[in-house]
Ligand binder design. Structure first.
Ligand SMILES: [Zn+2]
Length: 376
């Protein structure tokens, strides 16, 4: 068994469910046990460790492998420590079957965490390692919910030449992902007795037209604009509620929707285009302020040696894009050039039988070792 696989087994056995997804005091809640384990392992291996407070008692772990000489380059390895809830307690017991290691977090993103940390521990003991490149593990809390970890980390003004954000990309170097805006719309009608609908104005009927418009006309319009790596933006109506009971004409209806954006699309412009579309159809719906978090798209230019080196080692000619949002956009917005890279496939993330191919986990380690061999 490779040291990375051994480490991943240990990480899976330590629950680190994002506290936003389980009741307070739940035995699996929180990243702190895992953070302590990582900090101890890193210290034992000779890395310099610092804990960064994020929210309540939740901390990012920052572990540095500093070269003896002058630092001329800094590369961050940034996986996240939190997971979604376990489907059952069995997901905390790593299980190997048919080349796959099963367990919660196996690919999202304890696989990346294990291989990133192990690579640094191996380099710390190696005769040959970069002379001027500082490697920093930034193990983040809260990626799965509000990205508190990367927002706090980015907010400190940390300077680096590149952040490699660990997510299951099947070992592809990803330079673009979509952004996300949550929308809330409301229609107002006039209540009346159910026997005299002619005296009222039905807010549910009005909203039905809005939903139809968003899911057909608007969705089709989004297909016209394509990004070379990401395809087109999307809209999906996610919830609806309105009215109270059968015998009252409803005077209120509300929906929420999820709009995935392309690089270049801002929240302001998206709201504007939806307003114009509603007006053009004379639909009276209010676009309510949705106090969501800013979740911008990622678009990193790959014309950069430090990224090209990684693509070369990953045997990749062109960068890739993914649909899912992650910490990379947050770090990028904070001024750190960021890409996404890691073992595993997003198709297994969040599933009740999450797994990772052990072969891929080990290949990730080889790619990173060769990549760091190229660094000054
Ligand atoms: Zn996830």
């Amino acid at each position: 068994m490779s040291p990375a696989e051994q480490l991943l087994r240990e990480l899976i056995a330590i629950p680190s469910v994002n506290p936003a997804f389980v009741p307070p005091g739940h035995p699996h809640a929180g990243e702190q046990r895992l953070a302590t384990f990582i900090a101890e392992s890193a210290r034992k291996g000779g890395l310099e460790v610092e804990m960064q407070s994020v929210i309540d008692d939740r901390q990012n772990v920052i572990a540095r492998l500093t070269p003896q000489g002058r630092v001329t380059r800094r590369i961050i390895l940034a996986p996240h420590m939190d997971t979604v809830p376990c489907a059952d307690d069995k997901q905390l017991t790593p299980e190997f079957k048919g080349g796959k290691l099963y367990g919660r977090g196996a690919c999202d993103t304890k696989g990346s965490l294990a291989v990133f940390l192990q690579t640094m521990l191996d380099l710390a003991k190696a005769d040959k390692r970069p002379k001027e490149t500082e490697i920093v593990l930034a193990a983040m809390v809260d990626e799965e919910n509000a990205q508190g970890g990367s927002r706090i980390f980015g907010g400190t003004g940390f300077q680096a030449d590149l952040a490699i954000v660990g997510e299951p990309t099947r070992l592809r170097v990803v330079t673009a992902h979509k952004g996300d805006i949550w929308l809330r719309l409301q229609t107002r009608g006039k209540a009346a007795h159910g026997s005299r609908p002619d005296l009222g104005r039905n807010a549910v009927l009005e909203m039905a037209k809005v939903v139809q418009l968003l899911e057909t006309t608007y969705a089709n319009k989004l297909k016209e604009k394509k990004h070379p790596l990401l395809g087109h933006g999307t809209i999906s109506v996610g919830s609806i509620w309105g009215g109270n009971q059968p015998n009252i004409v409803p005077d209120h209806c509300e929906i929420t929707a999820d709009r995935r954006t392309l690089p270049g699309e801002t929240e302001k412009r998206v709201l504007q285009e939806i307003r114009e579309l509603l007006n053009s159809q004379k639909l009276r719906a209010d676009l309510l302020d949705f106090k969501g978090l800013d979740s911008p798209p990622l678009e990193t230019k790959e014309d950069n040696e430090i990224i090209k080196d990684l693509m070369t080692e990953a045997r990749q000619h062109r960068p890739a894009g993914v649909d899912f949002f992650c910490d990379a956009a947050i770090l990028s917005q904070a001024g750190i050039t960021s890409v996404v890279f890691g073992p595993g496939d997003i198709a297994q993330a969040h599933t009740s039988d999450e797994w990772i191919l052990v072969r891929q986990l080990n290949t990730a380690g080889s790619i990173l070792r060769r990549y760091f061999d190229r660094q000054p």
